[in-house]
Design a protein around this ligand. Structure first.
Ligand SMILES: O=c1ccn([C@@H]2O[C@H](COP(=O)(O)OP(=O)(O)O[C@H]3O[C@H](CO)[C@H](O)[C@H](O)[C@H]3O)[C@@H](O)[C@H]2O)c(=O)[nH]1
Length: 344
């Protein structure tokens, strides 16, 4: 079961970003009443308006940091999908307070506004970088999860359901490593590998969207959903792309960038101890205890010592052929390949 969107009014914050836009297209395939796009950039909104020409789509200029502008878009909304964020790791390292303002304060505004307007459900978009965070982007996304759960904890059963979703790297997303490597291969330049041993969870944008819809369909108060995913090393990813493009450019090792980790964690042992396996997804239930811990302790609870974190090092590791296969499922990679084949 996915979400029932029939006759619903859906608000997408960050609706002109690549994630928000794909979500918008997906939602418009359903029989929705209205979709509201809330974002800061008037030019991007104008382009999207011209591209879509769909009377069901309404545009709201505003900034999640400004609660009044969020409130202005929330009236009569049934579902909120909160994607507005600062998500570039390096820029958040240099401007961490900007990440705090958008990812923490802004998310708090969105969730509180949704609750105040009696929205049915709000889903907040998080990332694997929020687990054991080392960079400002991950730290602020981790705090966003905490803010969402703290609001959820105080709500009554028929109030807004507040949930989060966490997933790994979206393949071919703007500014990410796959389009960069392809551009380097096409220009016959060395492929710049930070550290060949580094692993990342890999998933498509469509997978990420389905995760959000799954959360709309299944979340209980305060839940977080995690999409299980395979992973690969950066070295194997570079090799797979070279094989697909039939080239052999040199690989140059450039070293880890600001705030990077050797591997990512999608769910920590503490989270796994109160999670439910739902096939492609894990449901991590909110810890809804208050501060009187001794009254909750029962013998026979799952022991964290028996569990491992769920990481991009211990999930299924794709071999080079498997990565090639997955890359070929992406329309953008297929388009890059066919334009390359006509040139060569
Ligand atoms: O020139 C490069 C650039 C990156 N990498 C490596 O490729 C992997 C993926 O790098 P990306 O920049 O594609 O992705 P990140 O894991 O750094 O972060 C990405 O995923 C995050 C979600 O977890 C955020 O969305 C973020 O904005 C997005 O860039 C990393 O191991 C990175 O070190 C290289 O080897 N060479």
């Amino acid at each position: 079961m996915s979400a029932n969107l029939t006759n619903k009014t859906v608000l997408i914050t960050g609706g002109t970003g690549s994630f928000g836009k794909t979500m918008l297209e997906r939602v418009l395939r359903e029989d929705v009443r209205e979709v509201r796009i809330f974002s800061r950039d008037e030019l991007k909104q104008e382009h999207l308006r011209i591209e879509l020409r769909d009377p069901r789509v309404r545009f709201y200029l505003g900034d999640v940091r400004d609660r009044a502008s969020v409130d202005g878009a929330m009236h009569g909304v049934n579902l909120v999908f909160h994607a507005a964020a600062l998500k570039q790791v390096p820029s958040c390292e240099f401007f961490p307070m900007q990440a705090v303002m958008t990812n923490v304060v802004g998310s708090h505004n969105v969730v509180e506004s949704a609750v105040a307007h009696r929205v049915q459900h709000v889903v907040c978009l998080s990332t694997d970088k929020a687990a054991y965070p080392v960079n400002a982007m991950g730290m602020t996304k981790g705090l966003m999860e905490k803010v969402a759960q703290s609001v959820a904890r105080r709500l009554e059963p028929d109030d807004t359901v507040v949930s989060s979703v966490r997933y790994g790297n979206v393949m071919y997303s703007r500014g990410s490593v796959i389009p960069l490597f392809i551009q380097q291969i096409k220009a016959n330049q060395p492929i710049t590998v930070t550290d060949g041993r580094m692993t990342r969870f890999m998933m498509s944008l469509e997978d990420a969207i389905e995760l959000v819809l799954f959360s709309f369909g299944h979340a209980r108060q305060g839940d977080m959903f995690v999409k299980k995913a395979p992973a690969c090393t950066v070295e194997d990813l570079a090799q797979a792309l070279q094989n697909l493009f039939g080239t052999s450019v040199p690989v140059r090792t450039i070293g880890m960038r600001h705030g990077e980790k050797l591997f990512e964690t999608l769910a920590t042992v503490g989270e796994l101890a109160h999670s439910q396996d739902m096939g492609d997804y894990l449901r991590v239930a909110m810890d809804d205890r208050d501060l009187n811990y001794e009254k909750y302790f029962t013998e026979g609870e799952p022991d964290e010592a028996d569990l491992d974190d769920y990481t991009s090092h211990n999930t299924h590791r794709m071999a080079v052929k498997e990565i090639e296969h997955l890359l070929l499922t992406l329309p953008a990679v297929r388009a890059e390949l066919s334009s390359w084949e006509t040139v060569t």
